[in-house]
Design a protein around this ligand. Structure first.
Ligand code: GDP
Ligand code: IMO
Ligand code: MG
Length: 422
């Protein structure tokens, strides 16, 4: 069997959690392969809204195994809280949850370092979620990180102390020490809790599932434009959010990848700093934020909003080899009489391009827009795509023609049931 990969194609928050939950019943395994608690994936059904940060979004479906892969950076404190919150809803998350021993551990000092590094950057700050993501991946690549499997070893405490001391030496010690004193007991407690869970050799786990007939849905976090190699560097996250990240973050061969499903909003949002060519600073942007409830699921920060950006979308489709597209939040645009799509950029020297420039930070680009008629559609009572208005269908058709990949799902609301399949 194959691993189908579902990815965000913009700057995160495209609605990945909703579609993973919707599709999960067709799979035996759902896997997270990168990122960590910087992610906030929202799922809504039976009038309840859930936000997952580290637990894969298949967790609400009976009999589906959920695995946190080696490419993930895991905060045991947040993980424990998430599992406990589900327990309060009578969901035994631990039963169907497996964690790769090779996933990296986020320590309390990684979180302190994240805040410290951001402060040092001043106005050039990334706008990190401050969950310790950057410093944890720095330690992984610097070959000094601690992994989930290390907690089972007799010298774990010693190794923890060594890394902690290195971290403290990088910060103003007094302030960090005071904060650490508060954070450490909860961390040690969560580490003990983590020991009671299913800690596995993730790469064997996934490959054995595949060879015994289970299909796997890999759930991306963040989005392609936040990818550490291909995103709007340096305003990115610290992992490969693209399809290749699913191979290295789970231990599966590229030959095992099946469908590549790209999720995008019918417009664009971004949270945190960094370039955003189609960002709207006016009343229209404000309206998008209000109608779309565009506030971060992890940090509550207002999301920056703008029109759909085709050059950026095409770029994300290209680097991922996307085979099918899912368009989210089409309902949010229903209060607009006319909508816009950016089809290219005008560069400072007056030339026009459909490609992303090398450095969006220093190269100022002016979006070139086309205007299309708006729509008033809500989720059709029939549940059929055919019953959408001609205006919405022509918006969809326009995007498909521009990018050359079919849009297979159109999402018309946050609830699981507000989903149209073509
Ligand atoms: P993720 O990080 O990609 O999983 O996305 P988030 O959960 O951070 O943000 C997506 C937000 O949009 C959540 O509040 C969802 O409940 C909501 N949402 C998802 N799909 C739709 C949709 O089609 N319409 C509307 N109105 N909201 C949606
Ligand atoms: P999901 O999975 C949106 C952004 C942060 C910041 C930058 C770096 O819910 O789509 P980090 O904490 O990773 O060092 O922050 O990336 N960011 C996200 N934006 N959705 C996310 O995840 C994000 N995860 C990180 O706002 O700009
Ligand atoms: Mg999110």
């Amino acid at each position: 069997m194959k691993v189908d990969v579902l990815l965000g194609l913009q700057w995160g928050d495209e609605g990945k959690g909703k579609v993973v939950d919707y599709l999960a019943s067709k799979y035996k395994v759902v896997a997270r392969f990168q990122g960590g608690p910087n992610a906030g994936h929202t799922l809504e059904f039976d009038n309840i809204k859930h936000v997952l940060h580290q637990i894969p979004s298949g967790i609400f479906r009976e009999d589906i195994k959920n695995i946190v892969g080696n490419g993930v950076v895991l905060d045991p404190v947040i993980f424990k809280k998430e599992i406990e919150a589900l327990k309060n809803l009578n969901i035994d998350a631990a039963k169907n949850l497996f964690i790769s021993k090779k996933a990296q551990l986020i320590l309390p000092t990684h979180r302190l370092l994240d805040a410290y590094q951001e402060k040092q950057k001043g106005n050039a700050k990334i706008g990190s979620t401050l969950k310790g993501i950057g410093p944890t991946y720095q330690d992984k690549i610097g070959r000094q990180g601690l992994r989930v499997g290390d907690i089972l070893m007799s010298d774990f405490t010693k190794r923890y102390e060594v890394l902690k001391s290195k971290h403290l030496a990088q910060m103003e010690a007094k302030e960090a020490n005071d904060q650490l004193e508060e954070m450490e007991p909860a961390f040690m407690d969560a580490v003990e809790f983590l020991k009671t869970l299913n800690l596995v050799d993730g790469e064997y786990f996934v490959n054995e599932e595949l060879s015994t007939g289970s299909n796997v849905l890999a759930e991306g976090a963040q989005g392609s434009l936040l990818d550490v190699d291909f995103g709007s560097y340096p305003f990115v996250t610290s992992s490969n959010t693209m399809v290749a990240g699913a191979c290295s973050g789970l231990g599966v061969s590229p030959s095992k990848i099946g469908e590549v499903m790209g999720v995008f909003k019918a417009y664009c949002t971004r949270v945190g700093s960094g370039p955003f060519p189609t960002e709207l600073f006016d009343e229209t942007g404000e309206r998008l934020r209000k109608e779309g409830h565009e506030f971060g699921a992890t940090t509550g920060r207002p999301r920056r909003c703008g029109w759909l950006d085709i050059p950026a979308l095409k770029y994300a489709i290209m680097i991922n080899g996307v085979t099918q597209l899912f368009m989210m939040k089409a309902d949010v645009l229903m209060s607009f009489d006319k909508v816009r799509i950016c089809t290219g950029y005008k560069l400072a020297d007056g030339t026009e391009t459909g490609k992303l420039p090398y450095d969006l930070v220093s190269e100022s680009v002016e979006p070139i827009y086309v205007e299309l008629p708006g729509w008033k559609d809500t989720m059709p009572a029939s549940g059929k795509y055919e019953d959408l208005s001609e205006s919405l269908k022509s918006y969809i058709g326009f995007i498909e023609k521009e990018v050359g990949v079919p849009i297979k799902i159109v999402s018309m609301g946050p609830d699981r049931s507000h989903t149209l399949i073509r």
